[in-house]
Design a protein around this ligand. Structure first.
Ligand code: NDP
Length: 309
């Protein structure tokens, strides 16, 4: 059994920022990265709204920088998942996927969120064979082809814009008659000649044989089928909070509840930061800020309890 003052779970902007602060406060944190080190930003394109990068920066590069900074201050970073955790007794007990058992005085949860899918059986059938939730990962396979992106938020618009540079044609399937995305992203999409927005349109079925070759859509005028080679889902995310369901209070969407203005959960010594507790803002910069709060909250918790410091 290993012991740590601070176990950080997750390696997006929230987890790494918590790691920088906790390391500098001499908590010698152990950080488990999860299966996607760096988190969601590693599969986005350029980040242009993170202060400090006047010319923008690639998402993967930015997360490499975050990691390097956490390592510089001595964070013990481990590739892997925490598979189970008990938060009903102190120290908290976590078991990693390689069987390592960890007794932690504090836990910082920064497990982020994962892409949502539409939930169609045909979507499941073609995952990895024409259905994807990541244009920057899979767009390359559709060079010169025709693809569809479903969703109307910043992610969908960003994916459509990225794919428009690779593909012959991109359909953006939007269920309402307006986009949810920021004005800047909307304008980018609407002025790109090879992106066609299909307004007030729902996806009924993804069609194909061995791989995707069309999509059946429903509109106010009725159903239509559009030929495509790839189908990208960009309809938002769900929080990765399942592991903590038994112990922590969550809202109806599964987001971990924190005491407003803090990272404190309903269990003393357990803190949550980043997208797993933020249904509202979900930005890299807000996640990083909340990671800072979580480390400061953990440090204060430990220092106010002499037996734990
Ligand atoms: P959002 O929740 O913002 O948008 C989800 C979109 O998917 C909405 O348009 C929604 O439609 C649509 N949708 C949801 N369910 C379905 C469904 N079943 N069928 C069809 N369409 C559906 O998620 P995003 O991932 O786009 O963005 C999340 C957050 O991350 C936002 O705060 C966003 O601003 C931010 N972000 C910022 C970026 C940047 O600044 N560079 C890049 C990417 C994301 P409806 O509008 O009708 O609800």
């Amino acid at each position: 059994m290993e012991n740590t003052k601070c176990l950080i779970i997750g390696s997006g902007p929230a987890g790494y920022t918590a790691a920088v602060y906790a390391s500098r406060a001499n908590l010698r944190p152990v950080l488990y990265t999860g299966m996607q080190p760096g988190g969601q930003l590693t599969v986005t394109t350029d980040i242009e709204n993170f202060p400090g990068y006047p010319d923008g920066v690639g998402g993967a590069q930015m997360m490499d920088d975050f990691r390097a900074q956490a390592e510089r201050f001595g964070t013990d970073i481990r590739f892997g998942n925490i598979d189970s955790i008990r938060l009903d007794d102190r120290p908290f007990l976590a078991v990693a996927d390689d069987g390592t058992e960890i007794a932690a005085e504090t836990v910082i949860i920064a497990t982020g969120a994962s892409a949502r899918y539409l939930g169609l059986p045909s979507e499941e059938k073609f995952k990895g064979a024409g259905v994807s939730a990541c244009a920057t990962c899979d767009g390359f396979f559709y060079r010169g082809k025709v693809v569809a992106v479903v969703g109307g938020g910043d992610t969908a618009c960003e994916e459509a814009a990225y794919l428009s540079g690779l593909c012959r044609k991109v359909y953006l399937i939007v269920r309402r008659n307006e986009l949810r995305a920021s004005k800047a992203m909307q304008e980018k999409v609407l002025r790109t000649p090879n992106i066609e927005v299909l307004w007030e349109t729902q996806t009924k079925e993804i069609l194909g044989d061995k791989s995707v070759n069309a999509v059946r859509l429903s509109t106010k005028e009725g159903e239509r089928t559009v030929d495509i080679d790839g189908f990208f889902v960009a309809i938002g995310h769900h929080p990765n909070s399942e592991l903590f369901r038994k112990w922590l209070e969550m809202d109806a969407g599964g987001y971990i509840k924190t005491i407003p203005g803090t990272s404190k959960t309903n269990v003393e010594g357990v803190f949550a930061c980043g997208d797993v507790q933020d249904p509202e803002y979900r930005q890299a910069i807000t996640a990083a800020g909340s990671g800072c709060k979580a480390a400061l909250d953990a440090e204060r918790y430990l220092s106010h309890c002499p037996s734990r410091s």
